[in-house]
Design a protein around this ligand. Structure first.
Ligand code: SF4
Ligand code: SF4
Length: 356
């Protein structure tokens, strides 16, 4: 199964959409021993451990000890500021590294702090020499984002294998502001443009590694139901610094998210402990959407009906645009311009939720 390990609740940045270190966190630092973690994971034949935070690289030594002592597939979810300090021998062991970066320099720095873009890009360039797994740029799309320009910028840097983005859900709280509603219309128009660019470039033989487009097209081509793409509550869980287990790494302090503890639970008891409710559970698009986000689904009174509808409208728009592009994509596969296999992404849960 897939586990997020929150190595700390502290962060060395304070991004506008997150706020950084969770000052209210009751358990900011890890309170269980590596031995306790190893004992818990011993009952899982194929654990995938994703270092997560806060910023996990603030606890580099603990990360190294865990990697030394526990056999697992490893992934890292980082803000990139300290990535260049990870020793090559550890870097090489990661299957996937997800680096938070929001697009063009001015957009990244506006959300994440002055100088962050330059430091992160320089860090990524340095690790590229040693890391040959999947390096993913992970964007948050918020009011300053031009989805076309920011995604293309990151892709054209040529240092990332894939680009993935997430909407800043806070924009939609209670139906959002006028500015948020305006931005949403521009975002959807941008998605239409980006799908066109993606298909055109594919016609020229360039497969742009845009995670939402690849993953959703893969499902549309096979018609095989996707399931909740992040796996939360089904096969993906989160171990908070106290040792408590929650179904997802977001806000582990909420009691409704707690489903066990590494000291008292076993991995097999965790499977399928949380499931989607309406409107996703009975939605006609569930097979391709997967239900977007279990956390928002269970706490939807926070975004409200209108907010939920806004998030959902982006999914419907994106799926509609890719559905429209499908005949052209099929033809490219049949003519051998692209291999069908490129749409089988991600092949394993790699911490990309696929649907933004
Ligand atoms: S399209 Fe909307 S309602 Fe349907 S499963 Fe996705 S998020 Fe839920
Ligand atoms: S998509 Fe939602 S439920 Fe899934 S891991 Fe992210 S925040 Fe949690």
């Amino acid at each position: 199964m897939h586990y997020h390990l929150l190595l700390t609740q502290r962060c060395n940045l304070a991004c506008t959409y997150c706020g950084g270190t969770r000052e209210e966190a009751k358990h900011p630092e890890v309170e269980y021993s590596v031995e306790e973690l190893r004992t818990f994971l011993a009952a899982d034949p194929e654990p995938v451990l994703v270092f997560y935070g806060g910023e996990p690289l603030l606890r580099m030594e603990l990360m190294e000890r865990i990697m030394d002592e526990i056999p697992a597939t490893y992934m890292l979810h980082t803000n990139g500021m300290l990535l260049h300090r990870v020793k090559p021998s550890y870097l090489r062991r990661f299957h996937t590294i997800l680096v938070s970066i929001d697009g063009r320099p001015e957009v990244t720095d506006a959300y994440r702090g002055r100088g962050v873009y330059r430091r992160v890009v320089s860090s990524v360039r340095r690790v590229r020499r040693h890391f040959h797994g999947d390096l993913i740029a992970r964007m948050v799309a918020s009011l300053r984002t031009s989805i076309v320009e920011d995604v293309l910028h990151l892709w054209e840097l040529g240092i990332f294998d894939h680009v993935h983005w997430q909407l800043d859900f806070e924009l939609f709280w209670d139906g959002g502001s006028d500015a948020a509603r305006r931005w949403l219309r521009e975002y959807n128009a941008g998605i239409s443009t980006l799908v066109r660019v993606w298909v055109e470039r594919m016609g020229e033989g360039e497969v742009m590694g845009l995670v939402p487009f690849l993953g959703i097209t893969g499902t549309l081509l096979t018609r095989r139901p996707a399931g909740l793409r992040c796996g939360a509550g089904y096969e993906s869980f989160s171990i908070s610094p106290s040792g408590d287990i929650t179904f997802c790494p977001v806000t582990p302090e909420y009691e409704f998210m707690r489903i066990g503890s590494i000291r008292t639970s076993s991995p097999s008891e965790l499977r399928n402990t949380a499931s989607l409710r309406d409107p996703c559970a009975s939605c006609e698009l569930l097979w391709v959407c997967g239900g977007r986000c279990l956390f928002i689904n269970l706490a939807k009174e926070w975004v409200g009906e209108r907010g939920y509808g806004m998030i959902c409208s982006t999914v419907r728009h994106l799926v509609g645009e890719l559905e429209r592009a499908l005949p052209e994509l099929r033809e490219l596969v049949e003519r051998g311009v692209v291999e069908e296999g490129v749409f089988r992404y991600p092949e394993v849960n790699n911490d990309c939720e696929v649907v933004p």
